[in-house]
Structures are given as structure tokens and as C-alpha cells.
Ligand binder design. Sequence first.
Ligand SMILES: NC(=O)c1ccc[n+]([C@@H]2O[C@H](COP(=O)([O-])OP(=O)(O)OC[C@H]3O[C@@H](n4cnc5c(N)ncnc54)[C@H](O)[C@@H]3O)[C@@H](O)[C@H]2O)c1
Length: 329
Amino acid sequence: MKHALITGGAGFIGSHLAEALIARDYRVTVIDDESTGTAENLAGVRDHFNFSFVHGTAADKGLMRSLVADVDEVYHLAAAVGVQLISTAPIHTIETNIYPTELVLSELLRRKRDGYAVKLFLASSSEVYGKNPKPIWAEDADIVLGPTTRTRWSYGASKAIDEFLALAYWRQHRLPVVIGRFFNVVGPRQTGHYGMVLPRFVEAALAGRSLIVHDDGHQVRCFAHVTDIVNSVIALMETETAVAGVYNIGSDQPVSILQLAKHVIEAVNPKLEVQFQSYAEAYDADFEDVRSRIPDLSKLRRTIAYRPQFDLEATIRDVLETTRARQRR
Ligand SMILES: NC(=O)c1ccc[n+]([C@@H]2O[C@H](COP(=O)([O-])OP(=O)(O)OC[C@H]3O[C@@H](n4cnc5c(N)ncnc54)[C@H](O)[C@@H]3O)[C@@H](O)[C@H]2O)c1
């Protein structure tokens, strides 16, 4: 039986990953400081005999050393996530996104030197592409970030450093790493507290409020259901040829944020309205957004059998149903 450690496993994606690995007969240990996630997200696996939860930080060297000592795979998802969090807590974002990655890699190197190669999945982000002007982003596209005076780019820069570091551990020490750049991931248990758009829209619509759309709403994104993302992550970790690769993971079906708002309104209550808000009001005066973010998934499709089960309509329906059910509890 394989033993996996998930950092950030009480978060949105991590908790779905924990469930999926338990369902595949893994032993799973989660470490999470519950800064944006919560142990409640793990209700579905909490009592399973193959599951354990450790409340703590992935920046704790002693704790990480003891957890890594006994695992076969690490899924490093712990991070400061969300554009809102980045603009309000930039020091926390940069430090959280870089130091624990460095720590995980150095602890895995110790294990490798002791004769055991633990495979690492590193959760990266489409933010790494920054504002690359190409309409569709393949993994070898340039990183085009804005100036360091604009806080929002620190998230993409910190994830890029994580990638550089993980690839350096592969090059210098043959530490097996797989890097996934998630595009917009949505689904049950994602919270709107940190500015994530679909849960924000769904929570507003269910409360009978107008949906707040930033700027003109013509920003284009691709939304993928978390189940499809988690299945891709596990498939990549099961594929030997995926090692040392960087993969876009997400949906490649574009939709504008205004269209997304209209889909939610249609599904909940056609009388609801959209209200536009400037970026300056939503974040800060120097906020800069990315107009369009569409992945090229051909590398993912060449490497694993990528067959998403959810289109946008089914994804919105699922988020609506699970949010309603949660609100009834
Ligand atoms: N959701 C998306 O659309 C998306 C897109 C791109 C990349 N990602 C990446 O996927 C990963 C998971 O994101 P998510 O959407 O599930 O966000 P999330 O906030 O729900 O999950 C992150 C988890 O990490 C935990 N955490 C933060 N700092 C920690 C620390 N120092 N030690 C231990 N735990 C810590 C949080 O409490 C939380 O449970 C992140 O690395 C994120 O950058 C997500």
C-alpha cells in the first residue's frame, strides 16, 4: 500500500485529492495549518483507518522531517492562494509559497540519499504565465510578469521559483518531480472568501444579491471541475514518463466572466442582476489583471488519458447543489 503526504490537504483541492487517494487504497496523511482550509473539508475521510490529519505548518522543519520519513509520495499543495489574499498579505504569500517548497525538496533529498526516491507532485499555477500575450499558453511559453511594484505578480513569481527549484532538484539530484500548473479549478467546498469567482457568484445568487463582476466582465477563463483535476494529478503521478515535466492542468473551454455570471443567474433566478465593480474598488489602485487565460492541453493529453467528466454546465450545477446542501445543514 502506498503512503501519500498531502500538504495543504484540508484545502479545496487537497481534500478532494485525499478522498480520491483513499478511494484508490492509499494510506494518506494530511498536514495543514488551516489558514485558508479547514479540517471540516476532510469529513468524508476523517474516520477512515488509512487516513490521518496533522494540524501544523509545512514550514516546520522537524515536523516535515518526521512526516516525510515514512511516505512514498508527496503532493505539495500548501500555499497562500487567491488574488485577494495576495493583495492584502504579500509577505505571507511570498514566504508561504517559497520556503515550504524548499523544505519539502531538501527533506526528500535526505530520503533519496538514504536510498529511497519519494516522488513529488508540485502544485503550480497558470499565474506563472503572467500576462503572456499569446492567446493559448503551452508549457514552454515565456513568463511575462509585471513589475515588482505591483503586488499581484508576486504570486506567479513565487510559483515560478518553486518550479525552478523543483526542476533543479531533478537536474542535480534526480529527485523525481512532477509539476502541474492548475488553471481555474472549481467545485464543491471552494470558498468565495478569498475572491474565487464561481463560489462568490453562487453564494451571492443563492442569497438573492446582485453578482459583482470586476471591470467589464470580458476577461476570459477556463473553469475545470476539481474531480477532473484530481484524476489528472493522480494519473500524472502514475506515469513514469511524466517525471521532470511541467503540465498545464485544467479545462480548455473558454468563457467570459460576464457569461459565467449569466449562467449562474439563469440557473438560480433570472431576475438577479450583474453589478460592475472596478479593480481599484475590488483590490487596490495598482491592480492589473490578465485578460485571457487559456491552456494548451496537448502535452497533458499526450501523457495521460485526459477525459474530463464535467463541462461548465455540469460544474455550475454541482457547485449550486452542494452549496445549497451545505446551507441547509
Ligand atoms: N484553485 C485554483 O483554481 C488553483 C489554481 C492554480 C493553482 N492552485 C494551487 O493549488 C493548490 C491548492 O489550492 P486550493 O485552491 O485548494 O486552495 P486552498 O486555500 O483551499 O488550499 C491551500 C491549503 O494550504 C493550507 N496551507 C497554507 N499555508 C500552509 C502552511 N504553511 N502549512 C500547511 N498548510 C498550509 C491552507 O490552510 C489550505 O488548506 C495551491 O498550491 C494553489 O496555489 C489552485
